[in-house]
Ligand binder design. Structure first.
Ligand code: GTR
Length: 329
């Protein structure tokens, strides 16, 4: 009897072990995001997370730390390269100090439309960004839409270049944005995204710039109700994984990450226009004054903004790249 009992325990142990053979330990990947739930970017990330866990049958899950719980975007960019966080979504504008292709992409009035930007990202230039980023210790998973950025101000709308005089405009921590505001005649003030409302409240800034979904989701419209659609730049978002986390995945898991990221990018692309329309309607309903593109005297603004090209295009190769983008269909 006793002998049989031991045999059964032994068989049970063997069965349990055979069930485990080939089983890969589940991993919960930590992801950092500054936007709150409800923002179109977070919706895309939720899709990425649910598809990833579906494709890996629960082996890989994403713990989405939204609303800047893990700090600001500068820290995300630093931490993802160090492997201190597994996945981040940041704007390419925040990578300008380290990545030359991000610098070129941030040049004002480079793209004519979202389609134009996507064609460039899906071509050789997208490959160049990927290669430059991957040298720094992060793996590029996907790009997300970010529409076009425009200026918004507290006291009077921006219609022409001289309206920037004496205005303090919040910018991302990017030399290009700082130079842009200086060229336009204003004073750039670097403030991280999650602190912009405080900066408006304390009077530290008179304006900022962003796309419509972020203008609304962040509630900047409550402080700066004049939104002038000058559409000075279209810098996409980028989804990154730390090289350390990536190398810890099996080839199958890496494939699943790529597929889930790609699917979330495609789905988001379809929803982007709708999210802009909704943001615009909400802004208007809340009393924002929207100046359409034709109401802004763009030629003056553009002339000064594009002076940045001579400073940031530093080689004949990059000049060729930028000309190629400007001339491409
Ligand atoms: C948003 C973008 C963020 C951040 C922010 C900002 O449009 O999604 O990643 O860059 O702008 O202006 O700081």
């Amino acid at each position: 009897m006793k002998g049989n009992a031991y045999r059964w325990v032994g068989v049970g142990w063997l069965l349990a072990m055979s069930g485990l053979a080939g089983h890969v330990a589940a991993k919960d990947l930590v992801m950092a995001e500054i936007h709150p739930p409800g923002h179109i970017i977070v919706k895309a990330e939720e899709l990425f997370a649910s598809r990833l866990s579906e494709l890996t049958k629960g082996e890989l899950t994403i713990q989405l730390k939204h609303s800047a719980q893990l700090g600001n975007e500068n820290q995300y960019w630093e931490n993802v390269r160090k492997g201190a966080v597994d996945v981040v979504r940041i704007n390419l504008g925040g990578m300008v100090k380290d990545i030359q292709s991000a610098r070129l992409l941030s040049l004002p009035y480079l793209f004519r439309s979202r389609d134009h930007m996507w064609r460039v990202l899906n071509g050789d230039f997208g490959k160049r960004i990927k290669a430059e980023v991957e040298k720094t210790g992060a793996v590029v998973l996907a790009y997300y839409d970010s529409g076009a950025r425009s200026f918004y101000t507290t006291k009077k709308p921006i219609q022409k270049r001289s309206d920037f005089t004496r205005l303090r405009i919040r910018v991302q921590d990017s030399p290009i944005y700082k130079d842009l505001i200086t060229e336009l005649g204003g004073t750039p003030v670097v403030v991280s995204y999650e602190k912009v409302n405080d900066a408006f409240r304390s009077g530290e800034i008179d304006g900022a710039e962003n796309n419509l979904p972020s203008y609304v989701s962040s509630e900047h419209y409550k402080f700066a109700r004049y939104y002038s659609m000058d559409e000075h730049s279209s810098v996409p978002e980028i989804l990154l994984m730390s090289k350390q986390a990536w190398d810890g995945l099996t080839a199958e898991q890496q494939k699943a990450v790529t597929v889930a990221a790609d699917e979330s990018s495609v789905a988001m692309k379809k929803l982007w226009a709708e999210s802009e329309t909704q943001a615009l309607a909400k802004a208007k309903k809340e009393g924002a004054v929207i100046l359409e593109k034709h109401q802004v005297y763009l030629s003056g603004i553009e002339t000064y903004a594009t002076r940045l090209y001579s400073k940031y295009i530093t080689s004949s190769e990059d000049l060729g790249v930028v000309l190629g983008i400007l001339r491409s269909q």
